[in-house]
Design a binder for this molecule. Structure first.
Ligand SMILES: C[S@@+](CC[C@H](N)C(=O)[O-])C[C@H]1O[C@@H](n2cnc3c(N)ncnc32)[C@H](O)[C@@H]1O
Length: 251
């Protein structure tokens, strides 16, 4: 694996340390499991609204025929969902231990494969390969965000979709993701999140714009620790979901 700047070894270690807990529904990754109830329908609805898939084409496999790259897939909590809906999913993560957990858990899922690599190395060999690129709760752990986004964009076909979820960079996101999650409820180990590398929604939109992508939708997400559920909200605080489309090249 190349030693690229977007990969912070401490960030990868934080998640490797959770490897054995990844599929424990009430363990440290419980919020990621709970997030599936929000993010998978949101991704599906976004792909319907933007015309990537037809609303009622195939009820048992509504994402059939789509190829999706899940960047920073971890143990595969998100990747398995779309693959069960018929999507061909490639999950990529810079962490070797989490990829091993993902592979073990997905043993019988035929249209799901995992690779232990970086987005930079993957993009070099897979330019414009995917209909959809998703990256959920990852960019807040990446130091060189422009480079990370650039390579995510490279992997998607012109006209394709990129969907990300991440905390915003506001006092409320600090309060929610760091104070509430890590200090008060101790849902996550201290140090899992670093406010200094969070990214504000406007900054992420600006980076996508530079990469020739148009933002077509943003929503807010909020986790309520008392019942362990996430809610989609209108305000992009404390977390947000963003859907952009890669504009086709005109010449
Ligand atoms: C909070 S977990 C999210 C996992 C998964 N996306 C989900 O939502 O279930 C963050 C993941 O990002 C990975 N990661 C962090 N920095 C990365 C980078 N620069 N490139 C690829 N993966 C990275 C970590 O190894 C970890 O598995």
């Amino acid at each position: 694996m190349s030693k690229v700047k977007t990969v912070d070894p401490q960030e990868i270690k934080n998640f490797a340390d959770m490897a054995n807990d990844w599929w424990n529904l009430s363990g440290k990754c419980a919020p990621l499991h709970a997030l599936n109830k929000c993010r998978i329908p949101w991704i599906h609805n976004q792909l319907v609204d933007s015309g990537v898939i037809q609303p009622h084409a195939n009820p048992s496999a509504p994402l059939a025929g789509l190829s999706t790259l899940d960047v920073g897939c971890g143990g595969g909590i998100l990747s398995e969902g779309p693959s069960r809906l018929g999507c061909n999913v490639t999950g990529l993560d810079a962490g070797e231990d989490v990829i091993e957990i993902a592979k073990l858990h997905a043993e019988n899922l035929p249209n799901l494969r995992y690779v232990n690599t970086t987005i930079q190395d993957h993009a070099a060999a897979n330019k414009e390969k995917y209909d959809v690129v998703v990256s959920s709760e990852v960019i807040e752990h990446v130091t060189e965000k422009e480079d990370f986004v650039k390579h995510c964009v490279e992997c998607v076909k012109p006209g394709g979709s990129i969907l990300m979820t991440t905390p915003n960079k506001t006092w409320l996101s600090w309060f929610h993701m760091i104070f509430v999650f890590e200090s008060f409820f101790r849902i996550l180990p201290k140090g899992t999140h670093r406010y200094d590398i969070f990214i504000h929604v406007d900054k992420l939109k600006e980076i996508f714009k530079k990469e020739n992508c148009e933002t077509i939708h943003t929503s807010g997400i909020f986790y309520f620790p008392v019942n362990g559920r996430w809610y989609l909200i209108n305000n992009e605080n404390p977390g947000y979901l963003i859907h952009v489309i890669k504009r086709p090249q005109m010449f």
